[in-house]
Design a protein around this ligand. Structure first.
Ligand SMILES: [Zn+2]
Ligand SMILES: [Zn+2]
Length: 161
């Protein structure tokens, strides 16, 4: 099947959520609620995604599982302690894992590769000091010049205000 819409997408019936790369070789599962997303404007994410910014859902590592095509995943250490994974066939970025993340033991999953139509209540922009000059952020979400400061958000708290 190679239609524009794979037919795998659907509405949010709760976890597990499924996603995968563009060519379909790599597939994954998220076994928990996705309640937060970071829109990262750093120059490395912009290059890695070829886009104005990269959007990640931060989930506990134990709830992220590659279900197919682990041998097609390649990784790239884009800066010390920060590893990106992507499909070796189609180039879709799949995860970003950092030793410096505010949420230790978490995996940042590229939200654009998720196929379930989830709602994500907490979202924010990070590394906006490095954002593309031609992109204007006008969605009213919280912004930080660099990484999100520790303790600024927790699931269910509604923070940051
Ligand atoms: Zn692929
Ligand atoms: Zn980034």
């Amino acid at each position: 099947m190679n239609t524009h819409e794979s037919g795998r997408s659907g509405h949010d019936k709760g976890p597990p959520y499924r996603g995968g790369c563009l060519c379909g070789a790599v597939r994954y599962e998220v076994g928990t609620v996705i309640d937060r997303a970071s829109h990262c404007h750093c120059s490395m994410c912009r290059k890695a995604h070829g886009a104005a910014f990269a959007t990640y859902a931060t989930v506990p590592a134990e709830h992220f599982r590659i279900t197919q095509g682990a041998d097609s995943l390649r990784s790239y250490v884009s800066s010390p302690g920060n590893t990106r994974t992507f499909c070796m066939h189609c180039g879709s970025p799949i995860t970003w894992v950092s030793e410096h993340a505010p949420d230790q033991g978490s995996v940042d999953v590229t939200l654009g590769t998720l196929e379930t139509a989830v709602q994500v209540p907490q979202q924010w922009h990070i590394f906006v000091a490095s954002k593309a000059p031609w992109y204007v952020i006008d969605d009213g979400l919280p912004q930080w010049p660099q990484r999100r400061p520790r303790g600024t958000a927790r699931p269910g708290t509604g923070e940051p205000s």
